[in-house]
Design a protein around this ligand. Structure first.
Ligand code: 0WF
Ligand code: ZN
Length: 462
């Protein structure tokens, strides 16, 4: 057996029932490595955007695809699978029909209990509008399904450079479950694991397929929160209840987002705006959907906590989710600024503010990630914004210039957002949280430079 030279990574793979050997230089980027693996898996270049590659060790552990991947041997050959998000339904081979029927029956009970909240965001879609779970149940995440992750993946999950695009939805669910476990929350709050799996599946099913405000965004925000609290080591100073509040707030923070922002809700006088009297209608709705899931016995991961603790978790979670309304940005920045020079983590009010700042950072954090991970998110957001603006024009409603396809450029939008919103928010947080400069703020500054150069080039062409 020839061994790989020290500057080459050689991987022995089983792909499409055949053995393959692939190699790349050690200094390769994630994109370059993915491209080698896509070629090995015969994925046509026209489809590379639609697939997720899954690399598994013989013991079933998932291996993350990136520069940290090291050579293996023919005896430790990995399996390479191509998962297509588009072809997902029915693509799995381990469907147990009885299990599926039982799960559908269980979830149907839940449908009735959440349907009233659903109608608020989708008044024209019938009584069960929000709950699209029954036809959507994915057998790959049935109660008995278990994903095992390598220690390397578990560490990678704690980094702010994590590549969300490498993971398909069911793996993302398993990673969310891992966060509950890793932070000791399952033990601390006596969370039933089967209920946690149903809760997470309920979460996934209650995110809409919007271009931006979808389940992948939910996962990214949650993972970034997890990355921030580990990078800054504040995870060791937060109380278990703060960690639980942060985790369920991030997971639930955009539930059932209709793809049109608060300005649209208010100007169009939607049911959400009427119910919540024009006050953060979306964020109030996200929290209401979350607590509807947390009220249903099948998905109530808080059923084993005393009522007083539940009340505290509920209060903290609502506070956190409402903090993600960008209309509250200035107010929260001003409140936090008052404490930064003498911050006291033992003070409950100051800790509450810090937790709000962390979820705010996580919510708008795409530009912390490497460019190849972050940039597609801008395209997704602009697609959603442009669709809103088009609809507002069609309905004769006021439009915002930052959503107008005739007025916005990607580079222009990012230069403004990074410079005037992101950097001030992160720099202020960094006055309290250590270790933010290298792993979090520097990548944002690099991204600002990237978009400034893009802006100069596009301006130069005019
Ligand atoms: C496209 C740009 C933008 N860029 C981002 O990286 C990012 C992350 N989150 N968001 C982002 N927006 C928004 C999603 C909903 C709220 C924040 N936009 C155009 C301009 C920034 O739009 C806004 C939106 C809210 C407040 C200020 C400007
Ligand atoms: Zn969000």
């Amino acid at each position: 057996m020839a061994t790989a030279s020290s500057d080459i990574v050689r991987l022995y793979l089983r792909v499409h029932n055949r053995d393959e050997t692939v190699e790349w230089p050690k200094a390769s980027t994630t994109e370059e490595i993915k491209s080698v693996l896509l070629t090995a898996a015969d994925v046509p270049s026209t489809l590379t955007k639609d697939v997720v590659l899954k690399l598994t060790q013989q013991n079933g552990c998932l291996v993350s695809i990136g520069p940290k991947l090291t050579s293996n041997t023919p005896h430790t050959r990995y399996t390479l699978q191509v998962v297509s998000e588009k072809l997902k339904s029915g693509a799995e081979d381990s469907v147990n029909p009885d299990e599926l029927v039982n799960t559908v029956a269980k979830l149907k009970g839940q449908i009735d209990s959440v349907s009233q909240v659903a109608k608020l965001a989708h008044p024209h879609k019938g009584p069960n509008a929000m709950v699209r779970r029954a036809p959507n149940i994915d057998p790959r995440y049935a109660d008995r399904a278990k994903y095992v992750f390598t220690e390397e993946t578990k560490e990678y999950l704690k980094q702010c450079s994590f590549d969300n695009w490498q993971w398909e939805e069911n793996e993302a669910l398993a990673l969310l479950e891992l966060m509950f476990d890793d932070m000791g929350l399952i033990e601390e709050f006596k969370i039933d694991v089967a209920t946690l799996k149903r809760f997470l599946r309920g979460i996934k099913d209650n995110y809409n397929a919007n271009p931006f405000h979808n389940f992948k965004h939910c996962f990214c925000v949650t993972q970034m929160m997890y990355g921030i609290i580990h990078t800054t080591e504040i995870v060791h100073k937060l109380k278990p209840i703060d960690k639980l509040v942060l985790l369920i707030s991030c997971i639930g923070h955009d539930l059932d987002h209709p793809g049109y922002n608060n300005a649209y809700q208010i100007n169009a006088k939607t049911d959400l705006a009427i119910i919540y009297n024009d006050t953060s209608p979306l964020e109030n709705h996200h929290a209401a959907v979350l607590f509807t899931l947390l009220r249903a016995p099948e998905t109530n991961i808080l059923s084993n906590v005393p009522d007083a603790v539940f009340r505290e978790i509920r209060k903290g979670t609502i506070r956190c989710i409402l903090a993600t309304d960008m209309a509250k940005h200035g107010e929260i920045m001003t409140a936090f600024k008052k404490h930064v020079d003498n911050f006291n983590i033992e003070d409950q009010d100051q800790r509450n503010l810090l937790v709000q700042m962390i979820i705010k950072c996580a919510d708008i954090s795409n530009e912390v990630r490497p460019t190849e991970v972050a940039e597609p998110w801008v395209d997704c957001l602009l697609e959603e914004f442009f669709a809103q603006s088009d609809r507002e024009k069609a309905e004769g409603l006021p439009t915002a210039p930052f959503m107008d396809r005739e007025k916005v450029t990607k580079a222009g939008a990012q230069v403004g957002f990074i410079g005037f919103v992101m950097i001030p928010l992160y720099e202020l947080t960094a006055k309290v949280l250590p270790n933010m400069e290298a792993a979090i703020i520097q990548p944002i500054r690099q991204s600002l430079t990237y978009y400034k150069e893009m802006l100069e080039k596009t301006e130069g062409k005019k």
